[in-house]
Design a protein around this ligand. Structure first.
Ligand SMILES: [Zn+2]
Length: 126
């Protein structure tokens, strides 16, 4: 059977937002919050060939840094709150914002890498 018909195109948005497998769209990519599984439970796609490494972390640092530092500067320039207000707003955001976007960015990089290598990966795994 041709792999093109065995693994139909799936929704990019669903795969990225829910952390689903880029090949079948059913199995989860993650064992815990951001730890990649070794392979998909449904289609047995091995994630060793599509691991994005630290790429997602770089983009998370870039995006969160621009948002948090820019927001803190704008707040200081226009509102001039006390330092306690800055601490209450920005310290929790420094912790939660990267956690909120890391999984989606990692899924996006995995999906992108899979879409580039899918013909090779699918022919290799049969
Ligand atoms: Zn799968």
């Amino acid at each position: 059977m041709n792999n093109k018909y065995k693994y139909p195109n799936i929704s990019i948005r669903r795969s990225i937002l829910k952390g689903k497998c880029p090949r079948c769209g059913i199995g989860s990519l993650y064992r815990k919050f951001i730890i990649l599984k070794d392979c998909c439970d449904n289609c047995k796609l091995t994630n060793s060939s599509i691991d994005p490494g630290d790429g997602a972390s770089f983009f998370v640092i870039l995006i969160a840094g621009v948002f948090i530092v820019g927001g803190a500067l704008l707040l200081e320039v226009f509102v001039k709150p006390s330092y306690y207000i800055h601490a209450i707003i920005w310290f929790p955001l420094c912790f939660f914002l990267p956690l909120m976007i890391l999984r989606q960015l990692k899924s996006a990089l995995i999906f992108r890498e899979y879409s580039i290598k899918k013909d090779f990966i699918n022919s290799e795994e049969g």
